[in-house]
Design a protein around this ligand. Structure first.
Ligand code: NBG
Length: 811
């Protein structure tokens, strides 16, 4: 994007005047942020129009990524970086006496996602645009994003995240592109000239209004679209018929019910609850998204059978799986195609990614609920299931158990993962080990039935946000060493390994880490009052709270370290700062107790003079993309310690590595591939393997009481949870104690404790060798290129979607 410095300054002053009637001196930080953003909006829209025009004129195949979550993060800085305007802008504003960094803080951080799944979708959007691929997002414009977390009396409290309260500059409301979505009602069958028609009556109609957010590519003129749907009432919210009958409350009720649909993001991660509103949300955005895709398609094409050649629809986990029957409905009921034709088209258009093997996250709906809310969609799903079961019967005659285990509808439930597998042409896992587990365990029967359908696409992260934008000093160091080609070709980061032993580079890297750590030291001081030693090891554990992610294991290690330090305050360890951040689902008791335990421990440990400041524990509230952008660059150690087999991939692990932190982790998810990439010497691996975990689950043989009795460290720690050692009510942490002992420690915290503690000792030893450590850090950075989402997206584009980059020419 092009704008000269003087021009920018002039525009800025004019915008402040026209938008706020203010001069620079009078304008608030937010006024200035808005003025700058509107200039950028104007610039972006030109390229946006050009991009769309070219896609349409050349009839390029388009891919649509359907996701219930997009955890976007702030955009201003990202747009400036990708648009090549950052330097011009910084200087222009500085000349006006304005600090760009401060303006950036004005932007709200839209939390339209829970964690990894939503953030992955956002990284994918950025990479698609950067690679010049015609790819767009489709999701929900939640009025309230993921709750804001506050720690009150050590405990997590949830507050609404009203991210839209001051408006959101990056969205473009497209009221003229609104569509209707129908819920409930009845289906009437009618035969006209030998053809059965299905007429939907007495339904509730909801207006879906799109808000488009531009996705700006890096240095390539491409601007793709993230379309987020908002639910509104038809006729401005008033059911006039009821109103005229004097049924005021009913008329208002309609408005409330409609407003609910896009009101709030469900705060569960890896956990699903069969609430009707959730199903409503799913169908709402899927139906709206598909309608708008088909409408666009019909502008340039007349033959529906050509759809798969021109359009790919990707479903991010099973949340949008109703896309399968909905596309069937559109093709048959609206477009008049036969079942067979519609099925062939659907099955060649939709592809699906699975993101978890956790049984509690696999979505199922009761037939009753599904049928009442989506009567026609139910009929179609029923028929898909009938036909699928018939084909199973042909292959496995008499094998009822197998058929029942694969049927889309069984035990009065609809199994969405099964629907997604049957209705798509590609199913992928998100890391090699995860895909293997899908093929060999969770979806074994499906893999055998559909050979070739399952494939792996290891996750990635956009290195432009997670390095170029968030760690500009490191980005500059890399560019000084190897040139800037890594920004477009992250694989080139490998070249940086040549500098692993270069003293000057080592020194600069050390200084950069130090300065990033200082930023965090100040932030911690300001937000928690805790004074942290910048020369301590920053050991960082940031992600959602979940038992399988094992924040408990980290806590156990901290408690053990604390116990050892109290026994011997002269213990020879490098001072450590353990930093945690992350949210727990509001109804997830153990997760919230774990957060509480960390805070209680922190208050005990941080003020203990005996241990000579060798140990600090910090919990930073309200983890978000922006907080992550500050913490990843400052970390020395990355905690990736899930129970093997449980973390499908993980993506935080990649962000740490890219910023030079060293991983301590289990052989789980993408850790396995990180280990392959950096080699055994540059990572600390410990714990049970996924095979061992499966063996325990299948054959038993694990008894956590044995460990309690045989390892005195564990016994002490476990008792400390309930014997009044912690400065809190004695019984407070009984549930954690019980989950580990009476409930036999489902996630093998006690089992992995010893090897984890040993890995930490090895890590501490290694850290003492400053030279070795910085070399490890460089090796991690250099081998992070394969974990760029550019690599991931290229694979999706070539192997699943069959789309190619488009060179956008801009005026
Ligand atoms: C999460 C997994 C992570 C993975 C992300 C992105 C869900 C359902 N799954 O391991 O737990 O990195 O998806 O693929 O949120």
């Amino acid at each position: 994007m092009l704008i000269r410095k003087e021009e920018l300054k002039q525009h800025f002053v004019t915008k402040l005047q026209t938008m706020f009637g203010k001069g620079i001196e009078e304008a608030s930080e937010n006024n200035k942020y808005m003025a700058l953003s509107w200039i950028l909006r104007d610039l972006i829209s030109k390229h946006w129009i050009d991009t769309n025009k070219q896609y349409t004129q050349n009839k390029e195949k388009q891919v649509y990524y359907f996701s219930m979550e997009f955890l976007l993060g702030r955009f201003l800085d990202m747009y400036l970086v990708n648009g090549g305007l950052k330097d011009t802008c910084r200087v222009a504003l500085a000349e006006l006496g304005i600090d760009l960094d401060e303006l950036e803080q004005q932007e709200s951080d839209p939390g339209l996602g829970n964690g990894g799944l939503g953030r992955l979708a956002a990284c994918f959007m950025e990479s698609m645009a950067a690679l010049g691929l015609p790819g767009h997002g489709c999701g929900i414009r939640y009025k309230y994003g993921l709750f804001e977390q506050k720690i009150v009396d050590n405990y997590q409290v949830e507050l609404p995240d009203n991210w839209l309260k001051d408006g959101y500059v990056w969205e473009f409301r497209k009221a003229d592109k609104a569509v209707t979505v129908k819920f409930g009602g009845k289906i009437r069958e009618e035969v006209v000239e030998g053809r059965r028609n299905f007429i939907h009556e007495e339904y509730e109609a909801v207006l879906a209004v799109p808000y488009d957010v531009p996705l700006v590519g890096y240095d390539n003129n491409t601007v793709n679209t993230l379309r987020l749907w908002s639910a509104e009432t038809i006729d401005d919210g008033f059911d006039f018929a009821s109103f005229n009958r004097g049924e005021y409350l009913q008329a208002m009720g309609y408005q409330n019910a409609v407003g609910q649909i896009s009101k709030i993001l469900y705060p569960q991660d890896d956990f699903y609850e069969g609430r009707v509103l959730r199903l409503k949300q799913q169908y709402f955005f899927v139906a709206a998204g598909l309608q708008s895709i088909i409408r666009r398609y019909k502008k340039t094409h007349s033959d529906m059978k050509e759809l798969p050649k021109n359009v790919a629809v990707h479903i991010n986990d099973t949340h949008p799986a109703v896309a399968v029957p909905e596309l069937m409905r559109i093709l048959m009921d609206d477009e008049g195609l036969s079942w067979d034709d519609a099925w062939a088209i659907t099955r060649s258009t939709i592809s699906y990614t699975n993101h978890t093997i956790m049984p509690e996250a696999l979505e199922t709906w009761t037939i009753d609920m599904f049928k009442t809310l989506l009567p026609r969609i139910y009929m179609i799903t029923y028929e898909i299931n009938e036909r699928f079961c018939r084909s199973l019967w042909e292959k496995f005659p008499g094998d009822w158990d197998k058929i029942k285990g694969m049927a889309i509808i069984s035990d009065d439930m609809l199994h969405m993962a099964r629907l997604a597998v049957v209705g798509s042409y590609s199913v992928n896992g998100v890391a090699q080990i995860h895909t293997d587990i899908l093929k060999e365990h969770i979806m074994k029967d499906f893999h055998e039935f559909y050979p070739g359908k399952f494939n792996n696409k290891t996750n990635g992260i956009t290195h432009r946000r997670w390095l170029l934008k968030s760690n500009p000093q490191l980005a500059q160091l890399i560019t000084d060493c190897i040139g800037s080609s890594w920004i477009k070709e992250p694989d080139h980061l490998k070249e940086f390994a040549k500098f692993a032993t270069d003293k000057r580079v080592q020194e600069r890297l050390r200084n950069i880490k130090q300065s990033n750590k200082e930023t965090v030291v100040n932030y911690i001081k300001e937000h928690t009052g805790i004074a942290v030693n910048v020369n301590s090891i920053f050991d960082v554990h940031i992600k959602r709270f979940h038992a399988y992610k094992r924040q408990m294991l980290n806590i156990f290690h901290i408690m053990d370290l604390y116990n050892r330090l109290r026994d011997n305050p002269d213990l020879d360890i490098t001072p450590r700062t353990f930093i945690f951040a992350g949210k727990g689902a509001p109804g997830y008791y153990i997760a919230k107790q774990t957060i509480k335990l960390i805070n209680v421990l922190a208050s005990l440990i941080n003020k203990d003079k005996l241990i000579k400041n060798k140990l600090k524990v910090v919990f930073l509230e309200n983890y978000s993309v922006s907080l992550g952008e500050m913490l990843f660059p400052a970390a020395d150690v990355s905690e990736q310690i899930s129970t093997a087999s449980k973390e499908a991939s993980g993506t935080g692990n990649m962000k740490f590595m890219l910023n030079g932190a060293v991983t301590i982790g289990t052989m789980d998810g993408a850790n396995v591939e990180i280990h392959d990439a950096v080699g055994n010497d540059n990572i600390f691996i410990f714990g049970l393997t996924s095979k061992q975990v499966f063996d325990y689950y299948l054959h038993g043989g694990y008894d956590s009481w044995d460990l309690y009795n045989s390892d005195p460290r564990l016994k002490t720690i476990l008792e400390q949870l309930v014997n009044g050692f912690l400065p809190y009510q004695r019984e407070e942490f009984r549930a954690i104690y019980q989950s580990l002992l009476s409930n036999n420690d489902e996630f093998f915290v006690l089992q992995d404790f010893d090897s984890y503690a040993k890995a930490h000792v090895a890590l501490d030893e290694r850290y003492k060798d400053k030279d070795k450590w910085i070399q490890m850090s460089i090796q991690n950075i250099s081998h992070a290129g394969i974990f760029s989402s550019d690599r991931t997206i290229r694979q999706y584009a070539e192997e699943i979607w069959h789309i190619k980059p488009v060179n956008i020419i801009s005026r």
